[in-house]
Design a protein around this ligand. Structure first.
Ligand code: FAD
Ligand SMILES: C=Cc1c2[nH]c(c1C)Cc1[nH]c(c(CCC(=O)O)c1C)Cc1[nH]c(c(C)c1CCC(=O)O)Cc1[nH]c(c(C)c1C=C)C2
Length: 470
C-alpha cells in the first residue's frame, strides 16, 4: 500500500500518476476538511471568481507541458481560458515607485531609452554584464547577483519586486538558483549572462522526460499563450483530480493530520488522528517544515534539514467593484520592498479574464514582512482597511467594493534561501543512504509554482515505480 501525505495539488497529482500505473491500494491523508491546499477558489454571490491562491499557470517548458497534458487527460480542455502573449495582461506589468506606476520594459525598443524608475537605458546593463568579470560561486542572493552583473537599478526596481510577485520574499535572502538558475549557470559556465544566453540559444537542451504528444500544449505554442486558467477557477483542477482519485478507488481521509511516521524494517507506520496505517512507501506532499517533526525521533538529521526550509505568510484580499474602475490594463503591479508600502502588489484579475464589465482585484500583503507590518494575528478588518487605503491611493479607486474577502494564508510560500540547493541534495542523499521508503513532492523542494509541484509528483511516482520494478 502507498500512503500520500497531504491533499493539495501535489498529493492529488501523485495519486493520479500512481493510479495510472499501479493497482496497489492508495490512501491519501489530509489534515483539513477539504482537498486542494492553496489552490482555492470562491464564487461570490454575484458569480465572480475570487482566487485565494494561484490564478494563472504558465504553459511553457517541460513542467508547463506536463500540466497541460494532465488538464487534457482530465477532460478539462473546454474549461481552459488563456491569455495570448500580445494581450495587455501579458505585456503590461507595473512597479510602483516614488508614488507612480511605471511599466516594466516589454520590448527591445524600451531597452534603448531611459525609462523611470530606471536611471539609465536598460541596454547599459548588457554592457555592464559583458564587462563584469566572472565570480566563481556556489550560490549568491538573487539581489547581489543581479546588482553585481546588471546594476543596482535592475536589482532594486525589477528583480526585487519580481521576487515579491513570485515568492513574497526578500531578494536579498533568496538564492539566485530559484528564479534565475539559468542566468547563474550562464555566468559560471560562460563568464557572463549575455554569453550564456547566446550559447543556450545555439545549444538547445533535449527534453529529459519524454512526454506523449499533447494537443493542448501544441495549441498553446501555436496560439502563443502567455498564461492560462480555468473558467470555474483553478480549484476545478484539484476538484477533478479528487473525483477521479475516489472513482479509481483511492481512500481519502479528511480531517486526519499525520502526527508521526515510524520506519520499520519492512513497513512504515503512519499515525494520523486515532488511526495507525501500515504501508510500503510514503509520498509526502507536506510542506517540509510540517514533515520535519513527523520523523524527528528516528531521523533528527533529516528533520533538521527539512525544518530549515522557511516559509512566509501572505494575506490575500479579494475585491469586486461595480463597473470598470481601473485606468490601466495590465496583469497588475508590484511594489519594491524599498518603497516600504504595506502591500506586495495587486493583481488585476478582470484584466486577464473580463467579467460583465466589472472589476476584480487581488491585493497581496505581508510575505517576508508579514509580522513586522501586521503583528502575529491582524484582524481581517485591519487587513481590509490597509488594502483599501492602497487601492485608493495607488489606483485612485474611490468607491467601496461590492464584495470582498480577506484570507490569511499561513506559511503558504516556501523560501529558497541561500544554500537551498545544497540542502535539497543533502536531503535526497540521506533518503538514498538510509534506503527510506519516502518520496518528496510539493513546493518546498524544487520549484514553487503549480507546474513544478505537479511535475514533482510525476517524477516521484516514476522513480518509485522504477525502483519497485527493479
Ligand atoms: C498566494 C499564492 C499565490 C500563488 N500564485 C501562483 C500562481 O499564480 N501560479 C502558480 O503556478 N503558482 C502559484 N502559487 C503556488 C501554488 O499555489 C503552489 O505551488 C501549490 O498550490 C502547492 O501545492 P502543494 O500540494 O505542494 O502544497 P499545499 O497546497 O500546501 O498542500 C499541502 C496539503 O497538506 C495538508 N497538510 C498539512 N499538514 C498536514 C498533516 N500533518 N497531515 C496531513 N495533511 C497535512 C494541507 O492541509 C494541504 O492540503 C501561489 C501560492 C500562493 C500561496
Ligand atoms: C504580489 C504577490 C504575489 C503575486 N503572485 C504570487 C505572489 C506571492 C505568487 C506567485 N505568482 C506566480 C507564481 C508561480 C511561479 C512559477 O514558478 O510558475 C507564484 C508562486 C506567477 C508569477 N507572478 C508574477 C510573475 C512574473 C510570475 C512568474 C510567471 C509568469 O510570468 O506568470 C508577477 C506578479 N505576481 C503578482 C503580481 C501583482 C505580479 C505582477 C504584476 C501577485
Amino acid at each position: 500500500m502507498y500512503v500520500i501525505l497531504g491533499g493539495g495539488i501535489g498529493g492529488l497529482s501523485a495519486a493520479h500518476y500512481l493510479q495510472n500505473i499501479t493497482t496497489k491500494h492508495i490512501t491519501l491523508i489530509e489534515a483539513s476538511n477539504r482537498l486542494g491546499g492553496w489552490v482555492k477558489t470562491t464564487k461570490t454571490s454575484k458569480g465572480f471568481i475570487f482566487e485565494h491562491g494561484p490564478r494563472t499557470v504558465r504553459p511553457k517548458g517541460i513542467a508547463g507541458e506536463n500540466t497541460l497534458a494532465l488538464v487534457e487527460e482530465l477532460g478539462l480542455v473546454n474549461n481552459v481560458m488563456h491569455i495570448p502573449y500580445n494581450h495587455p495582461a501579458a505585456q503590461n506589468r507595473f512597479v510602483y515607485v516614488n508614488k507612480q506606476l511605471h511599466a516594466l520594459p516589454n520590448n527591445f525598443r524600451s531597452l534603448l531609452f531611459t525609462q523611470p524608475p530606471f536611471t539609465k537605458p536598460l541596454i547599459s546593463a548588457l554592457f555592464q554584464d559583458l564587462r563584469t568579470p566572472k565570480k566563481v560561486s556556489t550560490d549568491e542572493s538573487i539581489y547581489e547577483f543581479v546588482k553585481r552583473r546588471l546594476g543596482k537599478d535592475i536589482a532594486e526596481y525589477a528583480v526585487s519586486p519580481l521576487v515579491c510577485g513570485v515568492c513574497a520574499g526578500d531578494a536579498k535572502e533568496i538564492s539566485v538558483k530559484l528564479l534565475m538558475k539559468s542566468l547563474f549557470e550562464a555566468e559560471q559556465q560562460y563568464g557572463s549572462i549575455t554569453k550564456g544566453i547566446l550559447m543556450n540559444m545555439i545549444k538547445r537542451k533535449p527534453n529529459p522526460i519524454p512526454l506523449s504528444k499533447c494537443e493542448l500544449y501544441e495549441r498553446s505554442e501555436k496560439e502563443r499563450w502567455s498564461v492560462w486558467s480555468l473558467d470555474e477557477g483553478l480549484e476545478l483542477l484539484p476538484e477533478t483530480l479528487k473525483i477521479n482519485a475516489k472513482r479509481r478507488g483511492a481512500n481519502v481521509m479528511l480531517n486526519s493530520p499525520c502526527q508521526e511516521l515510524v520506519f520499520g524494517p519492512e513497513k512504515v507506520t503512519v499515525k494520523a488522528g486515532e488511526k495507525k496505517l501500515e504501508c510500503d512507501h510514503i509520498i509526502s506532499s507536506l510542506p517540509a517544515k510540517v514533515l520535519a517533526p513527523l520523523l524527528a525521533k528516528q531521523h533528527p538529521e533529516l528533520s533538521n534539514d527539512l525544518l530549515s526550509i522557511p516559509t512566509v505568510t501572505v494575506a490575500v484580499v479579494n475585491l469586486q467593484f461595480k463597473g470598470r474602475v481601473l485606468e490601466k490594463d495590465a496583469f497588475g503591479f508590484l511594489v519594491p520592498p524599498s518603497e516600504k508600502l504595506p502591500i506586495l502588489g495587486i493583481v488585476f484579475d478582470t484584466c486577464c479574464f473580463p467579467k460583465d464589465s466589472n472589476t476584480v482585484l487581488t491585493v497581496m500583503m505581508g510575505g517576508k514582512w508579514f509580522e513586522e507590518l501586521y503583528g502575529k494575528n491582524p484582524t481581517p478588518e485591519r487587513l481590509l482597511s490597509t488594502a483599501m487605503q492602497q487601492v485608493r491611493s495607488v489606483l485612485r479607486i474611490s468607491g467601496a467594493p461590492e464584495e470582498h474577502q480577506v484570507s490569511v494564508l499561513r506559511d503558504c510560500i516556501p523560501q529558497y534561501v541561500l544554500g537551498h540547493h545544497e540542502r535539497i541534495e543533502r536531503i535526497k542523499a540521506y533518503v538514498r543512504q538510509h534506503k527510506l521508503p519516502l518520496s518528496f513532492v510539493g513546493g518546498s523542494y524544487e520549484g514553487i509554482g503549480v507546474n513544478d509541484v505537479i511535475l514533482s509528483a510525476r517524477t516521484a511516482v516514476s522513480n518509485l515505480i522504477r525502483k519497485d520494478n527493479s
